[in-house]
Design a protein around this ligand. Structure first.
Ligand code: PLP
Length: 396
């Protein structure tokens, strides 16, 4: 073996070890693919590679797997298989729900859209795209804890409100909204209700009938499934326009060759995550408490937002820039976030925190720690010790 090749292998090995050694506290950004899930996916990447729409045996084999994945996912969500549409992830599902729902509602003369001010960018940007097309868009404010009050929705609804979007769990604070109650209010007004369930899916058993929502989005990579795969639930009888044309897939509403291994992986990951949820949630709650107890002796550290999903802990570190903190934690070997992953390249303060009443300066002192099922006590103790010493250093 050449010297160069040997050196390359060593560097590769080191960088692999480094990732394994790191403390990963950014599960709201993404989770690792579960190995059992990978095993279920592998045959559909290799021997059963067929295009699910091909009418021959190779295609039918793939389609059987897609059908089985749809049936299983639907059963776990308490939906019917034909109410589940596969997408390329949460962003597509969110875009589809809001825009596809709004286009269908426009045909009933309803061109007003209401979205909460703390939605993910996928929903906010979709709302702005609708505005540019002539829809009227309003944002539902939240209280200090990050919740949309029921009266706020009542007051904001108009006779021409077509779609209301309020997410289940927030990706920056973990705060959970009163979706069922909000949904009932929207329905009394004849409006559709969409809930982004992307951050709730890993931690809350979702039951679309109990929630009473018309549409709900999920994304596989948030619950140890593959990236680039999600689903939109659309209640039977609810009309949404498709956004992607070019194929008859997903009952003609979402063109594009079905990502067979990914949907197989998503269904398997959702089922496994659901099976392990109670145990994982209990463990994560204990780890959260341990972490916060360790930091309790520090002045100027406070939890931001009402607790909902325990896995997400948003902390305001007074006098500390979140960008500096995240950078320095990374150097120490711990991955945390200064906001949502999609906005982390921006130094703008988080729109979620501003909507909750924080000033620009305060929002730039907030850091998100998001825990996962494989984190350990030792890791959280180490992360707390790093946090303490970094706060001291950065307040300097
Ligand atoms: N909605 C929420 C609440 C999210 O947290 C995310 C991802 O962070 C998305 C939507 C987008 O999902 P995806 O990464 O699958 O496009």
């Amino acid at each position: 073996m050449t010297k160069k090749k040997k050196a390359y292998i060593i560097v590769k090995k080191q960088s692999k070890e480094k990732v394994m050694d790191r403390i990963y506290l950014d599960h709201a950004a993404t989770t690792p693919l579960d190995r059992e899930v990978l095993e279920k996916m592998t045959p559909y990447l290799t021997e059963y590679f067929g295009n699910a729409d091909s009418p021959h045996a190779v295609g039918r084999r793939a389609m059987n797997a897609v059908d089985a994945a749809r049936d299983r996912l639907a059963a776990r969500l308490n939906a019917k298989p034909n109410e589940i549409y596969f997408t390329s992830g949460g962003t597509e599902a969110d875009n589809w729900a809001l825009r596809g729902g709004a286009y269908a509602q426009r045909e009933r003369g309803r061109t007003h859209v209401l979205v909460s001010a703390v939605e993910h960018h996928a929903v906010l940007a979709a709302a702005e795209a609708l505005r540019a097309e002539g829809f009227s868009v309003d944002y539902l404010p939240v209280n200090e804890g990050g919740r949309v009050a029921l009266n706020t929705l009542k007051a904001a609804l108009r006779s021409d409100t077509g779609v209301v979007a309020v997410m289940l769990a927030n990706n920056e604070t973990g705060t959970v909204q009163e979706v069922k109650e909000l949904c009932r209010i929207a329905h009394d007004n004849g409006s559709l209700f969409f809930a982004d369930g992307v951050q709730a899916a890993p931690h809350i058993p979702l039951d679309v009938k109990a929630l009473e929502v018309d549409m709900l989005s999920i994304s596989a990579h948030k619950f140890y499934g593959p990236k680039g795969c999600g689903a939109l639930y659309v209640k039977g009888g609810v009309r949404v326009k498709g956004l992607l044309v070019g194929g008859e897939q997903e009952r003609g509403l979402r063109g594009g060759t079905t990502n067979v291994p990914a949907v197989v992986g998503m269904a398997a990951a959702y089922e496994k995550n659901l099976r392990e949820m109670a145990t994982a949630n209990e463990k994560i709650s204990c780890l959260r408490k341990l972490f916060l107890d360790e930091l309790a002796t520090l002045d100027g550290v406070e939890v931001v937002g009402e607790e909902g999903v325990s896995a997400i802990v948003n902390l305001r570190l007074h006098g500390v820039s979140n960008v500096d903190f995240v950078y320095n934690m990374d150097l120490l070997g711990t991955s945390v976030a200064a906001g949502s992953a999609c906005a982390s390249a921006s130094i703008k303060p988080s729109h979620v925190l501003l909507a909750m009443g924080l000033s620009d300066g305060a929002a730039k002192e907030c850091v998100r720690f998001s825990l996962g099922k494989e984190n350990t006590e030792e890791e959280l103790l180490r992360a707390a010790a790093q946090t303490k010493s970094l706060i001291k250093k950065l307040r300097g």
